[in-house]
Design a protein around this ligand. Sequence first.
Ligand SMILES: Cc1cc2nc3c(=O)[nH]c(=O)nc-3n(C[C@H](O)[C@H](O)[C@H](O)COP(=O)(O)OP(=O)(O)OC[C@H]3O[C@@H](n4cnc5c(N)ncnc54)[C@H](O)[C@@H]3O)c2cc1C
Length: 367
Amino acid sequence: MHYDAIVIGAGPAGCMAARTLSRAGFKVLLLEKERIPRDKACGGFLPPRAVKMVEESFGPLPSSCFAPQPEMLGARLLCEGGGDYELPFSSPGLAVERGRFDAFLAAECCAEVRDGMEVEEFTALRFRVQLKARGEKGREEFESTYLVAADGAGSLALRLLRPEFHRLYAAPVLERGMLVAGEGDMDWDSQWMGLALLRKDAGLARFFRRGDLVGLAVNISPGKEWKEKLDRLLSFLEERAGLRMRGEMVRRTAASNRMAAAGQYNLGAGCALLAGEAAGLLDPWGFGIFLALESGRVAAESLVESAGERITPHVRYRYRMKEILEREAAERKGLGGMVGDFDTSSLATGKTARRDRRALARAFRSP
Ligand SMILES: Cc1cc2nc3c(=O)[nH]c(=O)nc-3n(C[C@H](O)[C@H](O)[C@H](O)COP(=O)(O)OP(=O)(O)OC[C@H]3O[C@@H](n4cnc5c(N)ncnc54)[C@H](O)[C@@H]3O)c2cc1C
C-alpha cells in the first residue's frame, strides 16, 4: 500500500504532523512501536501556548486527560545557595496525564494509526520512502512519498538518515531522564511547577506536588551516579520546601537528548524530516511538548507547501525552523524578561538574582 506520508512515533510531534498532513488531504500512516495508550515518564505540564496549539488543531482537551488539580500558574525556581523566584505564565497552563493525552492526540489525528508496530529500517530516496516495521504478526513493508520521523530522543531515524551526526552529536549526550514519584508532603502549592537549580553543575531538576503525590525529575548523564544526584535534590527540597517522603518511591526512566543544549539540531534530509526530540528539540526548562508540537506542525506544513514543487521539503522546513530556533536562542539569553510563556522578570534585579540568572543560563547551555 502506498501512502503520501508515513509518520514514525505517536508522541506529540508525530500526532501533530499526522493531523496537519491529514487535514491537508494527504493519505497518512502513523506507526507507533508501543501499544496506545503508551506510558511515558513525563511531568505532563503544558504551558499556555501548548494548550492553545493543541486546542486549535485537535479541539478541546477532554477532562479525562487532565491530571488532578490541572490548572498551572507557572514555575517557581529554587536556587541552591541563592534565591526563590516566581516565574508566572502569561495565562494558565495545564497539567495532563501523558499516556491519556498522547492517546487523545493519536485518536484525533485523522490518520491510519498502527500501534505495536516498530519501525526497524527504511531507505529514503528522492520522493520515495521504503520502510519495514515489525508487529505481532511479523514484518510488514510500507511505501510513501514522504517521511516524518518523530521517534523521540533515541531516534532510529536520525541514526539511519545522519549516521555521522548521530555518532558525533546525539549519541554522546543521550541521557536517561528519571521520574521518581511517591507519597509525600511538602510546603508547595501544587499549581506551581518546581524547578531546582543545584550547584556544582548538577543542573536543573524539576519537581511537582499532586495531592498526596510528589514527583521529582532528574537527568542522569552516562557514567554519573544518579542516586547521588537524586539524594542531593531530596535533601535540598527537605531544607528549602519541607519535603517529607513516605514509603516506597516508584522510578521510571525515559531517554532524553541534550544535543540541543549545544545548539545541535538535525532536521532530516530530502523528503525525510525529523521532528520533536528526534531532531534534538528539547526545551531547556523541560517543556519539550510544545516544541514537539510546533516542529511536527511545521514539518507537515513544509511537506504540504512543497508538494508538486521540485525543491525537497527539507529545504523549506530548515528555512521555517530557523526562525523558531533563533527565537529559542534569543529567549534563553533574555532571562530577566519574557522567556517563552514565563515572566522571568523576578530574575532581573539584585545581586543574588543576577548570579542565579547566570547559573541558569549556564545550565541551559551545558550539554
Ligand atoms: C522525566 C521527564 C519529565 C518531563 N516533563 C515534561 C513536562 O512536564 N512538560 C513538557 O512539555 N515536557 C516534559 N518532558 C519532555 C517531553 O516528554 C518530551 O519533550 C516530548 O515527549 C517529546 O515529544 P516527541 O513527540 O518528540 O517524542 P516522544 O513523546 O518521546 O514520542 C516518540 C514516540 O516514538 C515512538 N517510537 C520510538 N521509536 C520508534 C520506532 N522505531 N518505531 C515506531 N515508533 C517508535 C515511541 O514509542 C514514542 O511514542 C519531560 C521529559 C522527561 C524525561
